[in-house]
Design a protein around this ligand. Structure first.
Ligand code: SF4
Length: 304
């Protein structure tokens, strides 16, 4: 863990692994989602935006080579020496026939400066054949899978319309572990009607498995989502900055030190963010979290 940070941050992890700054570049692989088309469910998860929770991903009409080049040209001005992770973020990035996935991810592995591939998906959309292929690719460059989990609480799973049970997540983790593929689990803090204890329970649950990383994502209410409609109707409580800071630090205090933290706030598109507006000032959020660590004289895994 870094001397200056009180938690195991992804920037530090990538620096140690690759020896330089590594930037994730969102690519659009042209996927959809089985939780929208009726295969697993209809309507999608209530918080999911029109772009499938990938609001910074480029348009899917362009080939990934072109998408990548555009991002790289922009990023290399600021970080000429950086390396890149090709990040398949929007929708469900294993929801396609195996030959489509093989072609796409192999092409991604050949992009100039790419040292890794991150694949965001649902645990009910990976099978042994897909994971075997990822394991082969993992020998060539770093491959990791990000699983959208959000919460372990039964009532919240129904509320968000996740459309898979916790058991499916457990099977997915075991399968990825079997082939030594690193997993990063997405959780959401601040889901409607969840208490701080509910959120801590989710963290205890996910960290009881062999996971490599975690995203602690503040709930964002975005325009044109089912959640926005529910919010207008029910006006459920949303977290204040102070509450969020308390919760996120408490979550990190019960996370094992070797779990890499990929996110501790939110990255919503400000054009479509309804609430919490305070999250737009990322610098203030990050400073407040750091101050809270200092105030408590605390760090990742303190209470384990
Ligand atoms: S969050 Fe993921 S699983 Fe849920 S609807 Fe959006 S793309 Fe599908």
């Amino acid at each position: 863990m870094s001397e200056f940070k009180r938690y195991n941050s992804v920037n530090q992890f990538f620096r140690e692994k690759f020896g330089k700054k590594v930037i994730k570049v969102s690519l659009n692989g042209g996927f959809t989602c089985p939780n929208r088309d009726g295969t697993k469910g209809y309507g999608g998860c209530v918080f999911c935006s029109e772009k499938g929770s990938g609001d910074f991903a480029p348009e899917k009409q362009k080939p990934i080579e072109e998408q990548f080049l555009e991002s790289r040209q922009r990023l290399s001005k600021k970080w000429p020496d950086a390396k890149y992770i090709a990040y398949f973020q929007s929708f469900t990035n294993t929801y396609a026939p195996l030959d489509y996935l093989e072609d796409l991810f192999l092409r991604a592995s050949k992009l100039e400066g790419v040292v890794g591939i991150a694949i965001a998906t649902r645990p009910d959309c990976i099978d042994e054949e897909i994971v075997k292929f990822l394991a082969k690719l993992n020998k060539k460059l770093y491959v990791f899978v990000e699983l959208g989990f959000q919460t372990s609480k039964k009532e919240s799973i129904d509320f968000i319309n996740r459309c898979y049970e916790n058991k499916v997540f457990e099977d997915g983790i075991r399968l990825l572990n079997k082939y030594n593929i690193d997993t990063v689990v997405h959780t959401i803090l601040g889901l409607p009607y969840e208490s701080k204890e509910d959120m801590l329970n989710t963290i205890r649950y996910v960290s009881s498995f062999n996971i490599r990383g975690i995203k602690l994502q503040l709930l964002h209410i975005l325009e044109n989502t089912a959640l926005a409609k529910i919010y207008k109707k029910e006006n459920f409580k949303i977290l204040s900055l102070e509450e969020y800071v308390d919760i996120v630090v408490s979550c990190i205090e019960i996370l094992p030190k070797d779990i890499v933290i990929h996110r501790i706030t939110g990255d919503g598109d400000k054009k479509i963010l309804i609430e919490p507006k305070w999250s737009l000032n990322k610098k203030v959020v990050l400073n407040s979290i750091n101050k809270e660590f200092l105030k408590r004289d605390s760090f990742q895994g303190k209470f384990l």
